[in-house]
Design a protein around this ligand. Structure first.
Ligand code: NI
Length: 181
C-alpha cells in the first residue's frame, strides 16, 4: 500500500484493454491493496481520478473524486467513488467540449468532447451492483477514466489537434483558467 509510479504516454501498458474482475476477486486482499495504491497515488499527484492500468495493473478498476482541486479550479467537488467493471451508457445525445489533463500525460491539456449525461453501472469492492446517472464535469471524469480501461488516452480524442498544449502556454493565451497560487 503505497504511492506507485504513474505510467506515462508511450508506455505500451497504457494501451491494452484491461480485464474484468471476477467473482473471486471481490473483497480480496489483492483488490483492497490495489484500491489503497490508487488512493495514495491519486492523492500524492492531486489527481481527479486514476485508473488501475495507470499504475501498471491491467484490471477494470477506477478511483475518482476530489475536494477543491488546484488542477481543476473551476470544478465542483466529487465524492470519492470506486468503480469496478464500469459500463457507461450515454443518456441523450448532448455533448460538451471541455479541457482535460491526465496524470499519464503530464503538463498538457487538450479539449475533448464528452457525453453530457451518462449512466454508469459498476460493482463495488465487495461485488455489489450499483448504478448512477451523472452529468457535466463528473460525467467527463468518469468517461476519461473509463477510457483508460480500454487503452484510450485523451489525446486520442482531441476535438481539434490545435486545442492541445502545455498548461502555462494555454493559461497565458487565456484558453484555460490560471491556477491560483
Ligand atoms: Ni487520465
Amino acid at each position: 500500500m503505497a504511492v506507485q509510479p504513474v505510467l506515462r504516454l508511450g508506455d505500451p501498458r497504457l494501451r491494452v484493454r484491461s480485464a474484468e474482475l471476477e467473482a473471486a476477486d471481490f473483497g480480496s486482499a489483492r483488490l483492497v491493496a490495489l484500491v489503497q495504491d490508487l488512493r495514495d497515488t491519486m492523492a500524492a499527484a492531486a489527481g481527479a481520478g486514476l485508473a488501475a492500468p495507470q499504475i501498471g495493473v491491467p484490471l477494470r478498476v477506477v478511483l475518482y473524486g476530489m475536494d477543491a482541486n488546484p488542477r481543476y479550479p473551476d470544478a465542483p467537488p466529487i465524492a470519492e467513488t470506486l468503480l469496478v467493471n464500469p459500463v457507461i451508457t450515454p443518456i441523450g445525445d448532448e455533448c460538451d467540449l471541455g479541457w482535460e489533463g491526465c496524470l499519464s500525460v503530464p503538463d498538457l491539456r487538450g479539449q475533448v468532447t464528452r457525453w453530457r449525461t451518462i449512466r454508469i453501472a459498476w460493482q463495488t469492492l465487495e461485488g455489489e451492483a450499483r448504478e448512477q446517472c451523472v452529468s457535466g464535469f463528473h460525467a467527463r471524469v468518469v468517461q476519461h477514466e473509463c477510457d483508460h480501461l480500454d487503452g484510450v488516452l485523451f489525446p486520442d480524442r482531441l476535438s481539434d489537434s490545435r486545442a492541445f498544449g502545455f498548461i502555462p502556454e494555454l493559461q497565458a493565451a487565456g484558453l484555460i483558467p490560471a491556477v491560483p497560487g
